[in-house]
Design a protein around this ligand. Structure first.
Ligand code: MN3
Length: 210
């Protein structure tokens, strides 16, 4: 069972002017596709691992043979993280559900305070990586960032562990064409395309599965 490149849930130009079509095209069709290809190459000849769902595989990297562990961590993380990234954006931003909003207020004080904290995590991530909003097993929320393609679902690897419900790619490939070195402008624009309906649904799921 090979892993597949998911389709974008909207047109490549749907997030304009905040994220331009050319960036979306290259990011999805080239960068994300390459992670899928390299993940499948790493798992070649490993039927037991190929049969696992990606999230399950990444949650238990210790069970992956050492010879391919780094390739699975980097490329599997690259596949999983981008899947969530595409899914939690959209042309219609909306607002958090009442339940999610209450959890945000409890953890951060207000939606604005949450935005500041998440933005800081995205801006302070040195080099390439991701910012995250995670749900802990007790339903509480936390914000963190990770380097490279690491993810909070990677137990024993990531410093921040939890169920991610929102993520932001801060690799330069995510913004360089339109924003060049201006990561703060990219992050500010990205808030306009956060798909709060989807993030709220993921929060509800994370509660159910806790
Ligand atoms: Mn990326």
């Amino acid at each position: 069972m090979a892993h597949e490149l998911i389709k974008l849930p909207y047109a490549v130009d749907a997030l304009e002017p905040h994220i331009d079509a050319r960036t979306m095209e290259i990011h999805h069709d080239k960068h994300h596709a390459a992670y899928v290809t390299k993940l499948n190459a790493a798992l070649d000849g490993q039927p037991a691992l190929q049969g696992k769902a990606l999230g399950e595989l990444l949650a238990d990297l210790a069970s992956v043979p050492e010879a391919i562990r780094t390739a699975v961590r980097n490329n599997g993380g690259g596949v999983w993280n981008h899947n969530l990234f595409w899914e939690t954006m959209g042309p219609k931003s909306g607002e958090p559900s009442a339940e999610l909003n209450a959890a945000i207020e409890k953890a951060f004080g207000s939606l604005d305070d949450f935005r500041k904290k998440f933005t800081d995590a995205a801006l302070n991530r040195f080099g390439s990586g991701w910012a995250w909003l995670d749900v802990h097993p007790d339903g509480s929320l936390c914000v963190c960032s990770s380097p490279n393609q690491d993810s909070p679902i990677m137990q024993g690897v990531s410093e921040c562990v939890g169920v991610p419900i929102l993520t932001l790619d801060v690799w330069e490939h995510a913004y360089y064409l339109n924003y060049q070195n201006r990561r703060p402008d990219y992050v500010a624009a990205w808030w306009n395309v956060v798909n709060w309906d989807r993030v709220s649904a993921l929060y509800a799921d994370a509660q159910k599965n806790a």
